[in-house]
Design a protein around this ligand. Structure first.
Ligand SMILES: [Zn+2]
Length: 218
């Protein structure tokens, strides 16, 4: 990780008023940042936001995820890479791109397991490789190259809520993802994130697109 986030503003808060004030953001504007029309410069480096005040919606929230009527009166706080929330979102998003790269390189021979951010900083993606395949340090450069291809394309992270049967069918060939799916309690939303052609079972949140992941090394 090369960017230390120096000089970046974090922790700015606004209240959301749904309806006519503020006006709906134009489609080209990230929906959450559309709530901060008066302070655009301060949000240039925002990675993720947290929302408080709506029972169904408290917690971290993708910048690209729309708000709805449930957020009327909520409070939104921005997080840049200077914050733990921003760092974890950045690192975890990078893990998705690492997963994409591993599938690019190994196709059906790789079964992805889990790819969280690390408490001590950075990211990883746990995986299973069929047969006698191994990943060694000699492969790191080709993994990094494959990741950079996705970063250059600025692929959007798209959140999708699906039902359990759909998710089971999607990951029918990956026993690790099916185990993760089984651990999601009944009644809790099951979410997939699509990024380019890569789809993963994940709660999120993520950065809006892979183009934000400029500084990393494998
Ligand atoms: Zn994720």
């Amino acid at each position: 990780m090369l960017w230390d986030g120096a000089g970046v503003v974090s922790g700015l808060t606004r209240n959301v008023v749904m309806g006519t004030t503020p006006p709906p953001p134009p489609p080209s504007t990230l929906p959450v940042l559309g709530c901060f029309p008066d302070a655009e410069d301060g949000f240039r480096d925002t990675v993720v936001v947290s929302i408080a005040g709506a029972s169904q919606a408290d917690g971290l929230w993708d910048l690209s995820r729309p708000l709805d009527g449930a957020h009327d009166g909520c409070s939104i706080t921005t997080h840049t890479f200077a914050s733990k929330e921003g760092q974890h979102t950045f690192w975890h998003s990078a893990a998705h791109v690492l997963g994409q790269a591993l599938e690019d390189l190994h196709g059906d021979d790789v079964l992805l397991c889990d790819g969280p951010a690390l408490e001590e900083g950075g990211f990883f993606y746990e995986m299973f490789l069929h047969g006698d395949k191994r990943v060694t340090e000699e492969d790191y450069k080709s993994i990094e190259k494959a990741m950079k291809r996705h970063i250059k394309k600025r692929e959007a992270f798209q959140r999708m809520e699906v039902d359990r049967e759909f998710a089971k069918a999607m990951f029918a060939d990956n026993r690790f993802k099916l185990e993760m799916l089984d651990r999601i309690p009944a009644g809790e939303a099951i979410t997939l994130y699509k990024c380019g052609q890569f789809v993963d079972l994940c709660r999120g949140p993520h950065v809006p697109n892979t183009g934000m992941l400029k500084g990393f090394t494998v």
